[in-house]
Design a protein around this ligand. Structure first.
Ligand code: GLC
Length: 667
């Protein structure tokens, strides 16, 4: 592997290195260096041809769907699968994963992010990064940070208090950084008045000094407003190329605004990235078919069964009507730079289901969901066909024209015509199953009480129909769980309906984001974070907590399956600080595990907790702090379905504590 010294390059060459050669490549020193290609994206390769068309690639499930698997192994598998196509298509760095917090349900890019919880996002982000980089391909952890709305994304910033920044918005990145991504991509966003691309506190004090990041900071495309100020703040590589990047840097240097040390710091990072990507690990190990099967495997564990009244699902007998354009052309992902142009030809869902045997499926002629507004047409054909059927499956929701980079949704409800279709169908047939295709929360309150079963499909990539056929037929028990709270309405969410004033959006909820928010104010939700039903009857028991040190514990419990279905289960471990001198969330996810619980079997699950599991960020100490006292350990099937609970007491040495309780004056 070649190594490069700063002394190998002139000042002018160094300045050219600090920005892209074009839209997608690093500057190659006019042949002195390898030509490094950067490429999207988190759900599969998105590489453009000369004519602007996009090369076909395997469409993997979106990160929001991978989040719903609660499965580190599948996050790794998705990154590892995409890495093979990176190698085949000649990319050195995959611009993924995104670990931003799903704070506002309207956010157009929520489908690109794992969760509303920073621990879950960090764990899955780290696994994804490891899956990619084990193959010698770099990653780009993004969008650092607080890229939480698409509305006015290049200009509107956010006001975030220090605890929220540390405990929520940076915490997801801090967790994923454990996997040592080759690069981090800064966001477009001004954070507390300073653009991320010029924010020395974020790019150096936090990212490098506090979190130990030793890679390259890349700008998001067009996120740099003053290239020399960005270099001074620690942004190494400005993307994409712009004709005046070099001249502006040269002028700043000549005016003494930019030093040799600042330039060399960034150039050194870029040269190290080039060295890291020259390795012998780039070996393709999967075929196109195997990648498709990986997409199916992940999709099967991402499907979330939200409601299943009378055990209507799985549909194993009878005549079933299945409707909607998504039967033949299901959404595979959201829109924008993460959209993958798959050439995989979906087999219609009804065909796949009929091959499973059991129920027989037909689709109503003359009915469809039109491709633009997702408005149902030919309704009377649907209603006529629905009458007398044993069950009706309605495929509704959104696609890449509704959930997309560069704009937010205008509502979290389905369009009125679709809501009316569901209600009218339910008035005709008492056994309605609704499949909802979306990348973020949907307000179902207008119709959910009228239907018996609801499946949140998500955006599952090209394996979507094969995965759904396995779930609906009962071949596989659903095991996906929500990683975003579904509110009763948009105004119930912490972000509410106010998009900000064009200058900034004040995150007045502080650390109380997602389930933390609904818990704090005892708000009802449509479906809570971590919710997802199974076909299996699963019981949790026998909680035991092993103390390995004052702050390290192993939480162990049993999950028993009294059904005939083999089932995967995503169990969750929350921690609650019973008494605290600061306001803390009622509970916080600090562990999770996805395990097979065989039919009529029992599985023992163990989840570790460490010091960070109990700590909060103390703004007086400027550090993470554990306050001695009692903590509840809560084991749940969801954040609001706690099955087991036990107290532990932490007693750290007095010198680590601050006078909290009224006590005898001891020293
Ligand atoms: C876009 C996106 C980013 C993507 C990059 C390259 O603006 O914000 O996620 O990787 O530009 O397409």
């Amino acid at each position: 592997m070649a190594t490069y010294k700063l002394s190998d390059f002139t000042l002018d060459e160094k300045l050219h290195l600090l920005s892209g050669k074009d839209n997608w490549h690093l500057w190659d020193g006019d042949g002195k260096l390898p030509l490094l290609r950067l490429a999207d994206g988190p759900h599969g390769m998105r590489i453009y041809n000369e004519d602007g068309s996009v090369k076909p690639a395997t469409a993997m499930p979106c990160l929001s769907a991978i989040g719903s698997t609660f499965n580190r192994e599948l996050a790794y598998l998705s990154g590892n699968t995409i890495a093979d196509e990176c190698i085949e298509m000649g990319a050195a760095v995959l611009l993924a994963p995104g670990v931003n917090t799903r704070r506002c349900p309207l956010n157009g890019r929520n489908f690109e992010y794992f969760s509303e919880d920073p621990f879950l996002s960090g764990e899955l982000g780290a696994a994804y990064i490891e899956g990619v980089q084990v193959k010698g391909i770099g990653t780009s952890l993004k969008h650092y940070c607080a890229n939480l709305r698409e509305y006015d994304r290049f200009y509107q910033g956010c006001d975030i208090d220090e605890r929220a920044l540390r405990e929520i918005y940076l915490a997801a990145f801090e967790g994923a950084l454990r996997a040592k991504p080759y690069t981090v991509m800064c966001s477009f966003t001004p954070i507390n008045g300073v653009y991320a691309s010029e924010n020395r506190y974020l790019l150096k004090d936090m990212l490098r000094d506090e979190f130990g990041f030793d890679g390259v900071v890349i700008s998001d495309w067009g996120a740099v407003h003053s290239i020399y100020k960005s270099v001074k703040a620690g942004l190494d590589l400005t993307m994409p190329y712009r004709a005046d990047n070099y001249s502006r840097l040269k002028e700043a240097y000549e005016r003494g605004l930019l030093s040799d040390e600042e330039i060399d710091f960034c150039v050194r990072n870029i040269l190290t990235l080039i060295e890291r990507t020259q390795n012998d690990r780039k070996v393709v190990t999967t075929t196109k078919e195997e990648r498709y099967q990986n997409a199916v495997r992940i999709a099967k564990e991402a499907v979330v069964l939200l409601k299943n009244e009378d055990g209507l699902l799985p549909l194993r007998a009878g005549n079933v009507l299945i409707s909607g354009s998504f039967v033949r052309r299901p959404p595979t992902g959201g829109g924008g730079s993460s959209f993958v142009e798959t050439t995989y030809v979906q087999r219609p869902l009804n065909e796949l289901l009929n091959e499973k045997g059991g129920a027989t499926y037909e689709t109503p002629a003359g009915h469809a969901i039109d491709s633009k507004g997702k408005i149902p047409i030919g309704l009377r054909n649907l209603y006529h066909a629905a009458y007398g059927k044993d069950a009706v499956v309605l495929c509704v929701g959104e696609d890449n024209t509704v959930e997309c980079e560069s704009f937010d949704r205008q509502s979290i409800r389905l369009n009125p015509q679709t809501e009316r279709m569901i209600l009218d169908t339910a008035a005709i047939n008492e056994n309605v199953v609704v499949l909802v295709y979306a990348g973020s929360a949907i307000d179902m309150s207008a119709w959910i009480d009228k239907v018996k079963a609801v499946v949140f499909v998500g955006f599952l990539g090209e394996g979507v129909n094969e995965a759904l056929a396995a779930i609906l037929s009962g071949e596989v028990s659903p095991s996906g769980k929500l990683t975003e709270s579904f509110p009763l309405s948009l105004k119930e969410s912490c972000a509410g309906t106010d998009p900000g004033n064009g200058y900034t959006e004040w995150f007045q909820e502080g650390i109380f984001v997602g389930y933390r928010y609904y818990d704090k104010w005892d708000k009802e939700v449509l479906f809570p974070f971590g919710h997802g039903l199974s076909y299996a009857d699963l019981t949790y028991s026998n909680l035991r907590i092993e103390k390995k040190s004052e702050t390290d514990y192993t939480v162990t419990y049993d999950i028993e399956n009294r059904s005939d279905f083999d089932a995967m289960e995503a169990s969750q471990v929350y921690v609650s600080d019973v008494f605290s001198m600061v306001t803390r969330p009622k509970k916080e996810l600090k562990g999770f595990s996805k395990d097979l619980i065989p039919a009529h079997g029992k599985t023992t699950v163990s989840v570790p907790l460490n010091a960070r599991s109990f700590a909060y960020y103390n703004t007086s100490l400027k550090d993470w702090h554990i306050e001695n006292g009692i903590f509840k350990i809560l084991v749940g099937a969801s954040s609001r379905d706690i099955r087991l609970s036990a107290d532990i007491e932490i007693t750290l040495p007095d010198e680590t504590q601050y006078s909290v309780y009224f006590a005898q004056h001891v020293m």
